[in-house]
Design a protein around this ligand. Structure first.
Ligand code: ZN
Length: 366
């Protein structure tokens, strides 16, 4: 009997390989950003290295997502991720700096820069009682704590007053392991639901000092293996904790690729810089769906080398969809004023299954 139970225990931990019939709201979403991650650095064989990336890519994903059209640098693209807005244009968030933000009194919030309030995924989640965190390996992410502190965040008009501070915790981590440990601690100690942005900077640090060299064994590849190791521990911890297993969704993307010009990533029209992964893990390993193909009736399907202007309609899948997708996966409404995935129409399950409460027309099983 004991032997039977232990076998059953093992069986229960084998990840399901079938896609869920429909999505139920997740309690926890981790928006993981791997700074400077080029898709061609993780596009290896199924049984190759990078076991965590391989496993995450058993969910819906694309290796041809795009950064912001106009800027392929770190902070503006992270602002796009959490606000689901482009950087430029009339609906853009307008934050183009890529250094530590100035002090609040010198204009160091998103709202002061743009002249009107710029809502984020943290606003929508926190106003509905979700615990929020920014865990980053670069100090410039303090912009989010400054923009959404208890003076500069918006009043909470939704249900119980959760306060103006929309980012409960800002951590500037020194290492990938420190970031991973903090993200795990947030998951394990969350009393209710949680939404965290977790940023791993090491591929970008290596890229700037030695270049984006994707040859096997290169320092850049090793930096991605380091992130993979952290993600592997994250997945193992989720698997091993019945309190969160099946209740955590992960969205993994990047702010930019890199290598053009050498040792940087500033040429926004070069695919080495603008192509990024966009990976969605729905709490269990499922059959890998190519996300662009899955959304071919509502997102642009472009040749990999083709740069897409900001106002292309329909748009390609961009990392800016991540903020609204996080809310979509939690069953929460879209970010006010947002542009990317603003109707929650990004499909993460095959047509005919229920991917969100707000499926746009044009779907159907075909
Ligand atoms: Zn960089």
């Amino acid at each position: 009997m004991l032997a039977f139970l232990s076998i059953l225990g093992v069986l229960l931990q084998v990840p399901a390989l079938l896609p869920p019939a429909e999505l139920r709201p997740f309690d926890h979403v981790l928006l993981v950003s791997v700074d400077g991650l080029r898709p061609d650095a993780i596009d290896g064989p199924e049984d190759g290295p990078l076991p965590a990336f391989r496993r995450l890519m058993r969910g819906p994903h694309t290796l041809q997502a795009r950064t912001d059209a106009d800027l392929t640098i770190t902070l503006p693209n992270h602002v796009s991720m959490v606000t689901s807005r482009p950087v430029g244009g009339p609906l853009g968030h307008g934050w183009t700096d890529n250094v530590d933000p100035p002090a609040i009194r010198h204009g160091g919030t998103l709202h002061k820069r743009r002249g009107t309030y710029v809502a984020s995924m943290f606003d929508v989640a926190h106003d509905r009682g979700v615990a929020t965190a920014v865990i980053a390996t670069k100090s410039k992410f303090a912009l989010f704590a400054q923009s959404f502190d208890d003076e500069n965040g918006a009043l909470d008009a939704e249900g119980p007053d959760d306060g103006r501070c929309k980012v409960d915790l800002l951590v500037t981590a020194r290492t990938s392991d420190d970031a991973l440990e903090m993200a795990l601690a947030r998951l394990r100690t969350a009393k209710g639901r949680s939404l965290s942005l977790v940023h791993f900077g090491v591929p970008d640090f290596v890229g700037h000092s030695l270049d984006w060299d994707v040859r096997p064994g290169s320092p850049y590849r090793q930096s991605i293996a380091e992130v993979d190791g952290a993600l592997l521990r994250l997945l193992a911890a989720i698997d091993g904790d019945p309190a969160i297993r099946g209740r955590v969704a992960i969205i993994l993307t990047a702010d930019h690729g890199g290598g053009v010009p050498a040792k940087t990533h500033t040429t926004n029209t070069d695919p080495l810089n603008f192509l990024i992964p966009f990976i969605v893990w729905l709490g269990a390993d499922t059959d890998p769906q190519e996300l662009t193909a899955l959304n071919g009736d509502r997102r642009a399907v472009l040749p990999a080398a083709e740069w897409a202007p900001r106002d292309l309609s329909p748009p390609p899948i961009r990392s800016a969809e991540a903020g609204n997708l996080a809310l979509q996966l939690m069953g929460l409404p879209p970010i006010p004023g947002s542009v990317a995935n603003a109707t929650h129409d990004l499909r993460v399950l095959p047509a005919g299954r229920t991917g969100s409460a707000a499926e746009a027309p044009g779907g159907g099983a075909r």
